[in-house]
Design a protein around this ligand. Structure first.
Ligand code: NI
Length: 138
């Protein structure tokens, strides 16, 4: 059996959001989401770790060409999320609350589709702050 190697790419984007559940009253939203329910939005400096696990391709010596990975992340995540208002500008969050948990799942879906290599195992970690971060799949 061939050895599997994990490769990682770190990225960064800035975005604004508001946590809000339209089915709840303003009072309940304020109670549940606190400052994150601010009607005028607030921003985060998000850090993203993309991890791929797979076998080394004997021809290239790579698990994946990191330039290719970096271009995919730029096109499918950074160009979509960076300097955007997630609630207003990113269609995925028209109905979905842009919590770190929901954002990481959306990013995983976008990247999995774009990378299109089912033999590679993709994990995405998203830092909303230095101390608060999420990972998908768990
Ligand atoms: Ni927030």
């Amino acid at each position: 059996m061939k050895k599997k190697v994990a490769v990682f790419r770190k990225e960064h984007f800035n975005a604004a959001h508001r946590l809000h559940n339209a089915e709840w009253s303003d009072e309940i939203n304020a109670k549940v989401f606190g400052k994150c329910n601010n009607p005028n939005y607030h921003g985060h400096n998000y850090n993203l770790d993309v991890k791929l696990v797979g076998e080394i391709d004997p021809k290239t010596g790579y698990v994946i060409d990191m330039k290719v990975l970096s271009d995919i992340i730029k096109e499918h995540v950074l160009d979509v999320f960076d300097h955007k208002n997630l609630n207003l500008d990113v269609p995925h969050f028209k109905e979905l609350n842009p919590t770190a948990e929901n954002i990481v799942v959306v990013i995983h879906e976008l990247l999995e589709k774009a990378i299109n290599k089912p033999e590679l195992e993709l994990t995405v970690r998203l830092y909303e702050t230095e101390r608060n971060y999420v990972e998908y799949p768990a």
